[in-house]
Design a protein around this ligand. Structure first.
Ligand code: SAM
Length: 282
């Protein structure tokens, strides 16, 4: 499996617009392209629901999406149940404004059950929630064990007693080599996942997302990611050091590229590229 497939994406089951629009760098909206290429908020919401119900024994109601970006997951979460509340946190006012217009406002009355905070995820908010999610590896901006442990401890304080923290990670040997992967998307554009740099000493990585269009135009470096590449043992140890318990790795047990079947696993076969979830209780 190639690493580009390790971006949660639409890689398995992208939503298909009835009439595919035409795209061009001249008119492209990078947030729209990102959502179409990278996110599958319905599947992710269902996964959160399932894990919470199974582990806690009641339906989850409140979700806090750290690094929410356009808050697509928050909006999808709230849409899927009348009792649901969603909180999104992001530093960037422009991406929050985009998400408010395109994802939250269309919820209508349900938008009253959404709150977006423009702040650092490490700053406190008044509400405690059932689930905190940090997805698409956004928390890999934390470069040291100390920073990561402090972030995890802060998340723990933001959860209800029976809450759950869910986060994702990717890996495999493909993850450590420079590579470019193209994925053609409906509507006539190509999503390009660019693993530009990997430092074996520091595990600092630089990745980009580019978009290329059928009319020959390109949106280069639409998104840039400067991360530390974290491994599952490091993350599970840091979660434990931050006070979390019942830490489990959800591994994709499906044997085809079309379906996902994340199940708790203690051991796994090595693979060139994989994506996994971690779940932990406070
Ligand atoms: C890759 S996007 C994540 C979008 C979406 N959550 C997803 O799953 O695809 C990362 C987001 O994290 C935000 N961000 C980066 N550092 C942050 C911080 N310390 N606190 C809050 N948001 C931060 C950026 O503004 C950006 O919108």
């Amino acid at each position: 499996m190639a690493l580009q497939s390790a971006r949660r994406s639409a890689r398995k089951g992208s939503r298909k617009p009835a009439k595919p629009p035409r795209f061009s760098a001249k008119t492209a909206d990078k947030h729209d392209l990102y959502q179409r290429s990278v996110q599958d908020a319905e599947t992710e919401s269902r996964f959160i629901e399932k894990v919470f119900k199974k582990r806690v024994g009641r339906p989850a109601e409140s979700l806090r999406e750290d690094f929410c970006g356009t808050a697509l997951l928050t909006a999808t979460w709230v849409k899927r149940g009348p009792q649901r509340r969603g909180i999104g946190i992001d530093l960037d006012p422009s991406v929050l404004a985009w998400g408010t217009k395109h994802n939250i406002a269309p919820l209508g009355d349900a938008s009253e059950r959404v709150k977006l905070y423009q702040q650092d995820v490490r700053d406190s908010i008044p509400e405690k929630v059932d689930v905190i999610g940090a997805f698409n590896f956004s928390y890999w901006i934390f470069m040291t064990r100390d920073e990561m442990r402090k972030y995890f401890a802060h998340v723990r304080r933001g959860l209800k007693k029976d809450g759950i923290f869910l986060l994702d990670a990717y890996g495999g040997w493909d993850a450590q080599e420079p590579m470019l992967e193209n994925r053609p998307m409906r509507g006539g554009f190509t999503y390009v996942w660019d693993q530009d740099k990997f430092c074996p000493i520091t595990h600092r990585i630089t990745n980009y997302i580019h978009f290329h269009f059928k009319d020959g135009t390109k949106l280069e470096r639409a998104f840039t990611y400067e991360w530390r590449y974290w491994t599952l043992p490091e993350l599970t140890e840091l979660l434990a050091e931050a006070g979390f318990r019942d830490i489990e790795v959800y591994w994709d047990t499906s044997d085809d590229d079309v379906h996902e079947a994340y199940k708790p696993r203690k051991r796994a076969e090595n693979q060139p590229g994989w994506l996994a979830y971690l779940a932990a209780r406070p």
